[in-house]
Design a protein around this ligand. Structure first.
Ligand code: URA
Length: 238
């Protein structure tokens, strides 16, 4: 048995909050009876749920690994008319959304799904899903700075947890150092802020890995579906 508003949001009717409002407004019937109170439990396989008179259908779940280009915003609707991740999924009929977000100027791996349960599991701070970024910054970085980044940096919202940090390359022509960093948290603009702490402006930021998933074979601006095995593996974070 599951809460009615959760079943509604899992079926793609609306967010949980908006579903609660629809219930309060008397738009939802369970087995012929209008339900207005919150928290009613239903069995989506047995109970007949009507929203505005229309039978709720269980929606197939979709899981995509998207290689987000720079300059694209991670929202469904941008009021300033900027390009959004949804523009890349126009041919998919079901409503999907991003698991977490990447800054407009960050590129790389972003999961997209309509599975609210999995999205909630992966985004929960206690789950510590590893996220690996390739960071390019102007200038050379001292080993002591790399060690400090790994040990933890005092940001405005507290100390960062230990991270894995590797020096990859210094390009004498462009003057850019490339570093790979794996963090286990997901605070707002975290990687940029960690480098800014030392006065480094991030020139390019790309998420190359999320949990065990990599960008391998997925070109910038394209996506692929996850396999059933990959989805099952992600559910192990539960
Ligand atoms: N850290 C950032 O600073 N930006 C992102 O988009 C992701 C992680």
């Amino acid at each position: 048995m599951e809460r009615l508003q959760k079943v509604m949001s899992n079926c793609g009717v609306a967010s949980r909050r908006a579903s609660e409002q629809m219930i309060a407004d008397g738009r939802v019937r369970v087995n012929g009876v209008i339900v207005r109170e919150q928290g009613v439990k239903v069995d989506p396989d047995k109970d007949i749920i009507l929203v505005d008179g229309k039978r709720l259908e269980r929606q197939a779940k979709h899981y995509y690994l998207f290689n987000k280009p720079k300059g694209v915003v991670t929202t469904c609707n941008d009021e300033r008319g900027r390009q959004t991740v949804m523009d890349y999924f126009k041919k998919e009929k079901d409503r999907i959304y991003a698991v977490g977000r990447l800054d407009q100027n960050t590129e790389g791996l972003l999961l997209m799904t309509n599975d609210g349960e999995l999205a909630n599991i992966l985004m929960h701070p206690s789950k510590m899903v590893d996220k690996t970024y390739e960071v390019k910054v102007k200038g050379r970085i001292a080993d002591s700075v790399l060690q400090h980044l790994a040990d933890g940096v005092e940001l405005s919202d507290g100390m960062t947890a230990p991270a894995d940090v590797y020096y990859l390359d210094f390009d004498g022509r462009t003057g850019l150092t490339t570093v790979e960093i794996t963090i286990h948290e997901g605070r707002n603009r975290q990687v940029r802020r960690m480098f800014e702490y030392f006065g480094f402006q991030v020139h390019n930021l790309r998420r190359v890995q999320y949990a065990f998933l990599t960008l391998s074979g997925v070109k910038r601006g394209s996506y692929r579906s996850l396999t059933d095995e990959e989805v099952a593996e992600l559910y192990k974070y539960k």
